[in-house]
Design a protein around this ligand. Sequence first.
Ligand SMILES: Nc1ncnc2c1ncn2[C@@H]1O[C@H](COP(=O)(O)OP(=O)(O)OP(=O)(O)O)[C@@H](O)[C@H]1O
Ligand SMILES: [Mg+2]
Length: 246
Amino acid sequence: MLKINNLHAKIEEGTEILKGINLQINPGEVHAIMGPNGAGKSTLSSVIAGKDSYEVTDGEIIFEGENIIEDAPEERAQKGIFMSFQYPVEIPGVSVTNFIKAALNETRKANGLENLPAKEMLALVREKSAKLDIKKDFLSRSLNEGFSGGEKKRNEIFQMLMLNPKLAILDETDSGLDIDALRIVADGVNEFKNEGNAVLLITHYQRLLDYIKPDFVHVLADGKIIKTGDASLALELEEKGYDWLL
Ligand SMILES: Nc1ncnc2c1ncn2[C@@H]1O[C@H](COP(=O)(O)OP(=O)(O)OP(=O)(O)O)[C@@H](O)[C@H]1O
Ligand SMILES: [Mg+2]
């Protein structure tokens, strides 16, 4: 589904942040990326999603057999790449529901589909919000405005369930969640997961991986993946930290 070869990227001022990333994600897989602060984890997810504050200087990102390096973020989203943000934006005046309706219909349009009929949309909103224990009044609030940390994260998972992407990239979706919310978010991800899609999870804590079982755990440090293992690697990191790898 996703194949990243020798990816190098820098910020506009010139510092190289990603220094040769290789990563392959197949349908049905959950990959976790861990690593010290400032390693380049959020940069990697932004570069996959196509955020333009980074410049790719070498390498390729192949999604479903196509190099997407030249694609705008919207095109990548329409092709089925979803990304949650470590720091989500606020959009005053646009409600949670209207934002997701517009995003969903935009994606459908780009894929040659009609708008989802209002009735079906409503049913979908009800079904997915109920799964995440999201209340009705929350859905009519302005997007992310005054949302608590946990509400923002829950809203991201709601967007993911609604859009049903092929690849979901979740950057620190677990940070700032209380124990119940962590469970709900993890249940949301597990509900989303199937044999045809994939998840890339960025997390600092092995805790989340108790709920969402990763097939692979990668350690990203100083712009490179320095170790890859299975779920047990996360446990080992929890115990030993990163120093032994650096
Ligand atoms: N737009 C930018 N301008 C300047 N520096 C940047 C920019 N984006 C990233 N960096 C720098 O690149 C490095 C990697 O940042 P990144 O956010 O990818 O780290 P991270 O692994 O996600 O860290 P954390 O675990 O703290 O979230 C950091 O040193 C950061 O300061
Ligand atoms: Mg980060």
